[in-house]
Design a protein around this ligand. Sequence first.
Ligand code: 5AD
Ligand code: SF4
Length: 446
Amino acid sequence: MRTLQTFCIRTYGCQMNELDSEVMKGMLERRGLTRTDDETTADLLIFNTCSVRDLAERKALGKVGRLSRSRKDRPVIGITGCMASAKKETLLEKLPHIDFVIGTNNIHSLNEVLDEVLSSGSRITRVDPLFSTELDYTAAQRDDPIKACVSIIRGCNKHCTYCIVPYTRGPEVSREPDAIVDECRQLVDKGYREITLLGQNVNSYGKDRQEWGTLFHDLLYRLDRIPNLSRIRFLTSHPVDISKDLMEAIRDLPSICEFVHFPLQAGSNRILHKMHRSYTREEYEDKVASLREIVPQVALGTDIIVGFPTETDDEFEETLQAMKRIRFSTAFLFSYSPRKGTPASRWKDDVSEEVKEQRLQKLIEEQETISYNEMQMLLHQTVEVLVEGVSIKDKAMVKGRTRTWKNVVFPGRLEQIGTVVSVKLHSFTNQTYVGEQVKQDAFLIQ
Ligand code: 5AD
Ligand code: SF4
């Protein structure tokens, strides 16, 4: 039987993929393998892939394809993640140098699959439609010592017409509240100070398991009670499911950061309907207004897609105007990319690449102006910063984030890492503030 000594994992896509890679790293280290960042020498190579847009798939496929030529010896190579779930065994047919394909719902089988590959030399595909709750998250090997991501719900039931996620990750499966609280407690005991709760739609948490009597905001109340957990964030929220209970939890619980990422996707009601987003632009803006009323200092993040099939110039203009009115703090902006198997992929992708690019550029420019003005508004204020590490550019500075997700650097010391300090903001370049620590009891704004 072949033996493996070293492994290298390359990760593409979202935070859930990053977390899955951390779990795989832990599983492989427990198996006695050593991690390396050198894919030219590793005995085992895993590509944890993303399918959400065509570019993400092409990047990973290009990389895997080039490997067959660049390496003389034969490492064991596996593809995991959303592309594995979407393409299944066809990946083995197309790529003769691949040994295994493991879908997003089968990561718990990694060791078993490796045993089989090594002992019999067979090529294996494991792709189940439903997430297995057997996955041992406590195996996760995280590189960041202060911030950790914790999965609370997998999959998505929303079926937006452009999105491949419901097909690659399957339906929603919530994780037991006790297991989440235990994992968060253990992380805090290890020194973690900030936890980001992950799910395709965290607001659906617990709805598939009514018997637990724990919805998303109930979970937040439980987690907020963990001593020494300075900050809790969460990603991603669906606008329809953002409840008043959640808004009040953000207002009332000290550890919950005042930042909500909830994708608008488009500003035209016809396009929203065609996307199957189940809200109108007015309803979305009403949610924004309630959120800002209940949590005045809240910052908002969003995702927007331009060039969805049949989107007209006027409809795009509605998106631009909505952005100007709402003034997001952070926006992830995308060109529509048809995904095989989704309802929208059956409609003609009729907005040309050139028009998509122009629309994207307009949104990027608008967002830059909004972000610049927002950054300017916080200048000379004192904010709360969780110190996360030493600045890469200047070793005499430490870096961290505000509660509303803004980068800050200031002169500081290693011992401050993991502590929450008050920083007065003097200036900024690009997306990062430069500041100076002030006395702990200074007036804090978010
Ligand atoms: N084309 C472009 N963007 C997409 N997204 C999801 N599917 C597609 C697609 N087919 C974007 C959405 C989502 C984010 C994670 O990726 O904006 O919120
Ligand atoms: Fe995709 Fe929509 Fe689910 Fe988000 S809510 S993962 S965009 S189907």
